[in-house]
Write a protein of this length. Structure first.
Length: 150
């Protein structure tokens, strides 16, 4: 079974959406998808209400998710680790124990915009339109990820 981890800062806004969107596009019996945050601020919490709402608008329920912190054990548990932005990417890489760990880490928007190293903007301090923008970016990237997995 292929295992994919989505990572952002708090694991309440972007990566829960990425997890929910990718799960909606793949066979969840063949691919395991999870998400985590590089910071512990929101551990145990539900996704942000704005992420829950936008996902619901697109028919995706992310309310079973609870925030957790990324740990170096995730390098063993997952085949691919998608960072939402370059800060998350650098934080994850700083925990890598070896080259094999580092090679698992990718920026998710490089799936939809190869080699551009774009970041999914942090929508936490903004309004609803930021979440709509994040959703569209992740939907596009996850369609490509799902296509490559099947
Ligand atoms: P996320 O968004 O990394 O997409 O979950 C954030 C959530 C919380 C905070 C920052 C970003 N925070 O500072 O609490």
């Amino acid at each position: 079974m292929k295992k994919v981890l989505m990572v952002c800062l708090g694991n309440i806004c972007r990566s829960p959406l990425a997890e929910g969107i990718l799960k909606s596009k793949i066979n969840t019996e063949a691919v395991f998808v999870d998400s985590a945050g590089t910071a512990a601020y929101h551990v145990g919490n539900l996704p942000d209400v704005r992420s829950i709402e936008i996902a619901k608008n697109y028919g995706i329920d992310i309310t079973k998710q609870r925030a957790r912190k990324f740990t170096e054990k995730d390098f063993d548990a997952f085949d691919v680790i998608y960072a939402m932005d370059d800060s998350n990417y650098n934080n994850i890489i700083s925990l890598a124990r070896n080259k094999a760990d580092s090679q698992k880490v990718k920026l998710i928007l490089n799936e939809s915009n190869p080699d551009k190293n774009l970041s999914v903007p942090d929508p936490y301090y903004g309004g609803k339109s930021g979440f709509e923008n994040v959703y569209k970016m992740l939907d596009e990237a996850c369609s490509i990820v799902a296509g490559n997995l099947s």
